[in-house]
Design a protein around this ligand. Structure first.
Ligand code: GDP
Length: 527
């Protein structure tokens, strides 16, 4: 194997999806601990402390305050280089999460054993399903009195329509939680509530379900376990790698993140079961990771910490080849070639300059607003990566200025913030208004805050009567006809596309019936 191929083969790029409070932060911290990035753990904990902020405003500050380094965390584990992509916890920033999920090759789904499958889990899993992303499931908080494991697996199968293949099985729960049995390895790892909090998985291991040692240690729970395992083996799916890679079946691990129990098994599964960097679809062809030429796309843009400089970091997922410091990259959307000397790696606690990266890795490119969400970079080929979603906003505001002389700044600010994905922007074709759209209302607060601090624009956001938006697709004639008859509800979005701003859902339905030759899209791919 060439260096390129072997470097790519050892990459694992994933994100954690969960409903708030299921334990994502705790699990992240433990994973980083295993990866030897222990100094990062402090950073995660600090974020957790601020997470319990009460007001939305503080939440907003927190979202903005997440340091760039914690958006992507890279660490070595065994022979692998693991890239863990963080996603914002707050539901209002879910668009950002959706886009991050386009840059991973696998996802870990954390389920709280007390609460089971929750609303945000369902939403995020549906996003993973769009790309058939392989999912590993971690059922957390076994140290608490939760639901029965069988019931939890049933719920995942029913509600999420995902086959479950238990890889470990819990021995009791809450006060009776004694550890897990590994179904494939036929061994038990014991849980010690007072044991080494750093690595419970390294604790006592007993080989074989029939081992009398188990009876000695677990007492009556040993026999209960044997009966349960027989049942589980008969009734549940056995792990099928093809089904897992196709996103149809998830291996399930039980544990307790806060006690660092079961985390190593999960990490081992990530290293051994989850796929290396996968091909990425582009408009013209599928891009293979081991192609010698570099390519990648921008899935996230984050404003930098210093608002005065309006710096941004564009997060690029390398899709093929390798990146070397200083290499010239062709920006497909502008046709320009840029030399990237200051790309950021996320390996260490602090930022450091990236020397090289391979397919699967994420690099951060500092820029001043020249890079947009969805931008592709290559060594010259005009690739357009597909599948980066933009979702129909559900909240709308009209932007009005206190000082009309600042119109230009307002337009520029909104345009740039829209390009970053902080909000969506619409210009109705029959008026001079600027309308903002968001999936979550907190996004408006971010935009107002940033307009003021980064662009010096004091804007007021007024209510705007619109139920939802749909991107319009159809022949020129069909679109022109719709504009002719219902142009007062049509706008142009930040990317220059026609959008229907429906005052009500009834109006939307009637308009759809009236113009059958036009397609009304709820999700648009950024191209
Ligand atoms: P996130 O919102 O998904 O990031 O969740 P956190 O990691 O912040 O965890 C939410 C709460 O659950 C915190 O109070 C954690 O200490 C707690 N927690 C996490 N893992 C466990 C666990 O295994 N057992 C118990 N009892 N609590 C846990």
């Amino acid at each position: 194997m060439s260096t390129l191929q072997s470097e790519i083969a050892r990459r694992r790029t994933f994100a954690i999806i969960s409903h708030p409070d299921a334990g994502k932060t705790t699990l992240t911290e433990k994973l980083l601990w295993f990866g030897g990035a222990i100094q990062m753990a402090g950073a995660v904990r600090a974020r957790k402390a601020s997470r319990h902020a009460t007001s939305d405003w503080m939440e907003l500050e927190k979202q903005r305050g997440i340091s760039v380094t914690s958006s992507v965390m890279q660490f070595p584990y065994k022979d692998c280089i693991v890239n863990l992509l963080d996603t914002p916890g707050h539901e209002d920033f879910s668009e950002d999460t959706y886009r991050t999920l386009t840059a991973v090759d696998a996802a870990v789904m954390v389920i709280d054993s007390v609460n089971g499958v929750e609303a945000q889990t369902i939403k995020l899993l549906n996003v993973c399903r769009l790309r058939a992303t392989p999912i590993l499931t971690f059922i957390n908080k076994l140290d608490r009195e939760g639901r029965s494991p069988i019931e939890l697996l049933d719920e995942i199968e029913d509600v999420l329509d995902m086959q479950c293949a238990p890889m470990t099985w819990p021995i009791g729960m809450g006060k009776r939680f004694r550890g897990v049995y590994h179904l494939l390895d036929d061994k038990v790892t014991l849980f010690d509530p007072h044991g080494d909090k750093d690595d419970q998985d390294a604790g006592q291991i007993i080989a074989g379900l029939d081992n009398p040692e188990l009876d000695r240690i677990l007492g009556e729970q040993a026999e209960e376990l044997r009966i349960e395992i027989e049942l589980v083996r008969g009734a549940s799916h056995t792990f099928d790698k093809q089904a897992f890679l196709a996103g149809k079946q998830c291996p399930v691990y039980f544990g307790s993140a806060v006690n660092n129990f079961g985390v190593r098994s999960l990490l081992d599964a990530l290293a051994t079961l989850s796929p290396p960097p996968q091909p990425r679809p582009a408009a013209s062809r599928e891009v293979q990771p081991a192609e010698p030429k570099f390519s990648g796309f921008v899935f996230k843009i984050q404003a930098n910490m210093d608002p005065k400089h309006r710096d941004r970091i564009a997060f690029l997922r390398v899709c093929s080849g390798r990146f070397d410091r200083g290499m010239k990259m062709f920006q497909v959307s502008t046709g320009k070639t840029i030399a990237v000397n200051n790309a950021i790696t996320f390996m260490a606690q602090d930022r450091s300059i990236m020397e090289e990266a391979f397919a699967g890795d994420i690099i951060g490119i500092p820029n001043h607003g020249t890079i947009r969400l969805g931008d592709a970079f290559t060594e010259g080929e005009a690739l357009k990566f597909t599948g980066i979603p933009s979702f129909a906003p559900e909240h709308f505001r009209r932007a009005r200025l206190n000082n009309p002389l600042k119109t230009k700044q307002l337009q520029k600010g909104l345009q740039q913030l829209a390009e970053e994905g902080a909000t969506q922007m619409f210009r109705p074709i029959t008026s001079n208004e600027l309308v903002l759209g968001a999936v979550g209302t907190l996004q408006f607060d971010v935009v107002a805050h940033r307009l003021e601090h980064e662009y010096g624009v004091d804007a007021i956001f007024e209510s705007f009567s619109c139920a939802t938006a749909r991107w319009l697709r159809g022949s020129e004639k069909a679109i022109a006809e719709l504009i002719d008859k219902a142009g007062h509800n049509v706008a142009i979005d930040g990317a220059g596309e026609h959008v229907y701003l429906a005052p009500s859902l009834v109006n939307l339905r009637l308009t759809q019936e009236r113009f059958p030759d036009v397609t009304f899209l709820e999700t648009r791919e950024i191209l």
